[in-house]
Design a protein around this ligand. Structure first.
Ligand code: SAH
Length: 414
């Protein structure tokens, strides 16, 4: 379907007097508390576009509206301009221009092309995997605008196919389903991409996220540079991203742990297709928390990349205990001089909070630890200064001078 016309504007959101501040600061989320009145035109459906006006009726911004949500409007433009195909073509072109600068196409053909608010396209995520584009719509509004951005994606990027991927990150309910091919034809399930010259194969229609965890690309390259001769543990390894990078960097042996057996099967395939010796890789399809607690092995390099443990504010307490436990045991299983890369991808956990938890774990374990750097997602995951919430991946690079001691059983953390 080709839509030439602009998407209709069917809501009008009038702000309470004096509540223009967040819009003046160009924050792309408008919260319900600032709204005096929502007028719905005939036929308005949640997700439709709406205009935000001040208490005198003056136009301020336009975005997608979810009347019952805390975030009542996600702003697309601060000018009275139409949201049409040209709008998406222009924003996609800008997003693509930056990737052309920050990604070296000779070595890498998998990267995030559109990072939602970070690219001024709230609710839209587009990942490029070679000839394939994998999209995720995080909001009902962006889902509704699909015909417009699909046309724009085809026009701007001419991909072989566009698929819609797992909706686990979605913030609002939208009619759900498995991965679907939205444009073009895509019959393969396997896809192989290159990252800094390494080959990664994965399930292009199943699997997790949009296929790979592209946000860790630069951190995998960092681990590779520091892996020579080391015993490496890749905890929560998925299809072996960090482990294979470490193997390519000359690790003496690599252990990948993940609770997903299909992911680990890919890890083995990827290990071997990068020419690494099969007997240097071990995979364990077990719980990562249990593994670290029970193993008696020690490592020179440990990567800890768990799934988001705190998805909501209420689960934050539990998540912080889990992060502390994980990191505490990593300090116990580390060898003197070991490097640890430890991550959180929970939106609710800030850099400062994560650091506090990890440092607390080191203290409790009695480990002596240096802090080398704070880490985050690569430059293909831009965070707009007006929307700091877009920074979800945080990490710490640490060096263990003196490993910790295992807590006695009665002191064991839950
Ligand atoms: N490090 C990976 C991405 C990890 S994402 C990379 O660079 O590609 C988190 C991983 O944790 C997923 O693969 C998921 O299958 C796994 N996982 C989730 N819960 C787990 C658990 N309790 N124990 C072990 N693995 C788990």
């Amino acid at each position: 379907m080709t839509v030439e016309t602009a998407a209709p504007v069917r809501y009008r959101l009038r702000l309470k007097k004096g509540r223009e501040r967040s819009l003046e600061l160009r924050h792309p989320w408008l919260f319900t508390g600032a709204i005096d009145e929502i007028q719905a035109l005939p036929g308005a459906t949640p997700g439709d576009l709406g205009d935000v006006v001040d208490s005198n009726g003056r136009f301020l911004a336009r975005g997608t509206v979810q009347p019952d949500s805390q975030i009542v409007c996600r702003i697309f433009v601060w000018e009275d301009t139409p949201i049409d195909r040209d709008f998406f073509v222009a924003r996609l072109a800008a997003a693509r221009r930056w990737r052309g600068e920050c990604i070296s196409a000779d070595h890498t053909d998998a990267y995030r092309l559109v990072h939602s608010e970070g690219d001024e396209l709230p609710g839209l995520v587009v990942d490029r995997y070679g000839p394939l584009l994998a999209v995720q719509t995080l909001t009902a509004g962006m889902h509704r605008l699909q015909p417009l951005w699909l046309d724009a994606l085809e026009e701007t990027l001419a991909p072989e196919a566009i698929v819609e991927r797992g909706q686990e990150g979605r913030r609002e309910p939208v009619a759900d389903g498995p991965a679907v091919v939205l444009r073009g034809t895509w019959a393969h399930t396997l896809l192989e991409v290159r990252e800094h010259g390494l080959r990664y194969r994965f399930d292009a229609l199943g699997g997790q996220k949009t296929g790979l965890y592209l946000d860790q690309r630069e951190n995998r390259a960092l681990v590779r540079r520091h892996a020579a001769g080391a015993r490496v543990l890749d905890l929560f390894g998925y299809v072996g991203g960090f482990g294979i990078a470490a193997g390519a960097g000359g690790a003496s042996d690599v252990t990948v742990v993940d609770s997903s057996a299909p992911a680990l099967a890919f890890a083995r395939v990827n290990w071997e297709s990068n020419g690494l010796a099969p007997d240097l890789l071990r995979t364990h399809d077990v719980d990562g928390f249990e593994f670290l607690r029970r193993t008696e092995e020690t490592w020179d390099r440990i990567v800890i990349d768990p799934p988001p443990l705190a998805r909501t504010r209420t689960s934050l307490e539990r998540a912080l205990r889990a992060y502390k436990d994980l990191n505490l045991w990593a300090f116990v299983r580390a060898r003197p001089g070991a490097l640890i890369w430890t991550f959180t991808c929970s939106q609710q956990v800030s850099h400062d909070l994560f650091q506090k938890v990890v440092f607390g774990a080191a203290r409790d374990a009695g480990a002596s630890v240096q802090w080398l750097a704070r880490l985050g997602a690569g430059p293909d995951h831009p965070v707009h200064l007006d929307h700091p919430q877009g920074e979800y991946l945080k990490g710490l690079w640490l060096r263990v001078l003196q490993p910790g001691r295992a807590p006695r059983p009665r002191e064991k953390k839950p």
